[in-house]
Write a protein that binds this ligand. Sequence first.
Ligand code: SF4
Ligand SMILES: [Zn+2]
Length: 291
Amino acid sequence: MLQEVERTAGGVTTQVLTVFLAGSECPFTCVFCDLWRYTLDEPTPGGAIPRQIERAFEETGPLPESCRLKLYNASNFFDRRAVPAADIPAVARLVAPFSRVVVECHPRLVGGDCVGFSKAIGGTLEVAMGLETVHPKALPRLNKKMSREDYDRAVGELAARGIAHRAFVLVGAPFVPPDAMVDWSVISAAYAMDRGAETVTLIPVRAGNGELDRLAAAGEFRRPTLGEAEAALERSLQLPGKAVVQLDMWDLETLSSCSHCFGHRQERLERINLTGAMEPAIDCTECGGES
Ligand code: SF4
Ligand SMILES: [Zn+2]
């Protein structure tokens, strides 16, 4: 569970409660994904999801009326193996007080269940979807079993039902030439914004899921540096439109090779995530702010 403040597409900041749900593993096996570490091999037992949400709310205590809720299950909320259909009414009742509920889902699983859940909750539904990259050669090789057309279809369906969406875009997607990784992150962020994403979250690819190590050895993958992650954020923020662009800060320290400037650079990125306003780069006498 995590409580944080996030900038919204309306330009204000709001409190967000993220509840990490333990449930069944995602049926897709994207080469860059390490979320299976947090999932179960078997279908999620009935009643487990509502119980986890209840427990999280008990631990959290009172929240402001404007608070938003993220229900992240390291899989797909609308995969019935992950969130049993019989539990949906109970989940909808539990989340009713929140102004907005964000769930994550593969674009190909966006459909009727999404619409039903949207109608059942009190607030606005937002679906977070991994676009990852629109690089035409890399996307088909990510093993996500998704095309740009699948993403476009899901976005169209959500928009027609008044459901918001946010996009996850990778920085350092495998099979994207490393020296073009920043360009392709920006192109992919622009693609999502053009299709109405209210928020674009740039996610530096994390190492160590086994498959990525193999791809790195084969020259098909290199982790971004902190400088590349910063550049992806800075350039995406310059794109036209009102979408919120933010950089995912999970494991950020593992991208840095300079302990001298890392703390200042992390604080700068946290501020930019919150304000959306550019700031001068951090100068470093050790690495020149390049590492
Ligand atoms: S669809 Fe999402 S959760 Fe499933 S393997 Fe791909 S990145 Fe991981
Ligand atoms: Zn430095």
